[in-house]
Design a protein around this ligand. Structure first.
Ligand code: ADP
Ligand code: F6P
Length: 321
C-alpha cells in the first residue's frame, strides 16, 4: 500500500487528534503517503484532501477536538455522494482509508468497501462509549473525568447550601458516561436508559438520607433516560427539598484528552496502519477488549447493543446509601 487517507467523522471526541497523529506518523514511518480529509465524509465528497507531513500533526496530541474537523453528511448516505467520494479517493491514488468515529461513520465506511472495494479501517471514537465490540472508545475516559470534575464542584455548593442537585450528562441513548461518572463522583442515584427506575423510590431514598442527616445529594441522569429539568421539578414537588439542575452539555466533548485516551488513540492509530499494510480482505475495526488490541469485522460495531455492566450498577447503589 503506497497511499492512505484519514478522516474524523460524527461527534468529536477528545483523543481524535492523538489518533490522527498516530496514523500519520506510523504511515510515514513505513514510507506510506498520508492524506488528511477535512470535515469527514462531507470533505471527502467536496475533495477537501491534503497531504500530511510529520510536522502537520505536531503539537496536537494534547488538544481536544479534531484538527481535521468533523461533520455529519447526509449526501454520503446516498450512492451518488459515495460515488463522488470514491472518485476523489481514486484521483489522489488513495488505496486505504482510516475512519475515526462512531458506528454511524463505520456504516458509511463499510459501504465504501462493499460498493467500491476501498480498504477501510474504523477506529472507535465517541464520548458515549456505545460502540459494540470494543470495551473503550476514544474520548470516553476524558469525558468521564470531565463529568467527575464537575460533580466535585457541584458537590461543594450542594453541601454548603444543603441542596439536591440533578446533573444531566450526555450519552445519547446509552448510560455509560452517567454510570462511570456517577460511581466515581459518589452520586446518590444514577438514572440511565438501560435500567427502568422509579421516581418514587429515588425520592424515598432522598427522604431517608435526609432523616439520617445527609442534607445534600447528587443525582446523575443520562440524557437518554429523560430530562433533568423535569426530574428536578418532580423531586422538588415530592420531597419539598431545595433542588437545582445542571445540564453539563457540550463541555463534556471538549478538553485535553486523558493519558488513557492518548494511549488508546496512539495504539489504535498504529494498529489501523498495520492492518492496511498487512492487507485486509474486508472492512475492519480496531477494538480494545479485555486489555488487548484486536481487529474485528467492521460490521461488528452495529451488530448488537453494548450492554451495561449490571454489577457496576448494583455496586453504585450499595455504595451510595
Ligand atoms: P457517529 O459516527 O458518531 O455514530 P453519525 O451517526 O452522525 O455519527 O454518522 C456520521 C456520518 O456517517 C453521517 O453523517 C453519514 O455521513 C455517515 N453515515 C452514517 N450512517 C450511514 C449509513 N447507513 N450509510 C452511509 N453513511 C452513513
Ligand atoms: O455522540 C456524542 C454526543 O455528544 C452525544 O452524547 C449527544 O447526544 C450528541 O453527540 C450531541 O450532538 P450535537 O453535537 O449534534 O449536539
Amino acid at each position: 500500500m503506497n497511499s492512505i487517507g484519514v478522516l474524523t467523522s460524527g461527534g468529536d471526541a477528545p483523543g481524535m487528534n492523538a489518533a490522527v497523529r498516530a496514523v500519520v506518523r506510523k504511515a510515514l514511518f513505513h514510507g506510506i503517503k498520508v492524506y488528511g480529509i477535512e470535515r469527514g465524509y462531507a470533505g471527502l465528497i467536496n475533495n477537501e484532501i491534503k497531504e500530511m507531513s510529520l510536522g502537520s500533526v505536531g503539537d496536537i496530541i494534547q488538544r481536544g477536538g479534531t484538527v481535521l474537523k468533523t461533520a455529519r453528511s447526509l449526501e454520503f448516505k446516498t450512492y451518488e455522494g459515495r460515488l463522488r467520494a470514491f472518485q476523489n479517493l481514486k484521483n489522489h491514488g488513495i488505496e486505504g482509508l482510516v475512519v475515526i468515529g462512531g458506528d454511524g461513520s463505520f456504516q458509511g465506511a463499510l459501504k465504501l468497501y462493499e460498493e467500491f472495494g476501498v480498504k477501510v479501517v474504523g477506529i472507535p471514537a465517541t464520548i458515549d462509549n456505545d460502540i459494540y465490540g470494543t470495551d473503550y472508545s476514544i474520548g470516553f475516559d476524558t469525558t468521564v473525568n470531565t463529568v467527575v470534575d464537575a460533580i466535585n464542584k457541584i458537590r461543594d455548593t450542594a453541601f454548603s447550601h444543603e441542596r439536591t442537585f440533578i446533573v444531566e450528562v450526555m450519552g445519547r441513548n446509552a448510560g455509560f458516561i452517567a454510570l462511570e461518572a456517577g460511581i466515581a463522583g459518589g452520586a446518590e442515584s444514577i438514572i440511565i436508559p438501560e435500567i427502568p427506575y422509579s421516581i418514587e423510590e429515588i425520592c424515598q431514598k432522598l427522604i431517608k438520607s435526609h432523616q439520617r442527616g445527609k442534607l445534600h445529594s447528587i443525582i446523575i441522569i443520562a440524557e437518554g433516560a429523560g430530562s433533568g429539568i423535569k426530574l428536578g421539578e418532580v423531586i422538588k414537588e415530592k420531597t419539598g427539598f431545595e433542588t437545582r439542575v445542571t445540564i453539563l452539555g457540550h463541555i463534556q466533548r471538549g478538553g485535553s484528552p486523558s493519558a488513557f485516551d492518548r494511549i488508546l488513540a496512539s495504539r489504535m492509530g498504529a494498529m489501523a496502519v498495520d492492518a492496511l499494510r498487512e492487507g485486509i480482505s474486508q472492512g475492519v475495526m480496531v477494538a480494545f477488549e479485555k486489555g488487548e488490541y484486536v481487529l474485528k469485522p467492521l460490521e461488528t460495531a452495529f451488530s448488537g447493543k453494548k450492554q451495561i455492566d449490571l454489577e457496576y450498577y448494583r455496586l453504585a447503589d450499595i455504595l451510595s446509601i
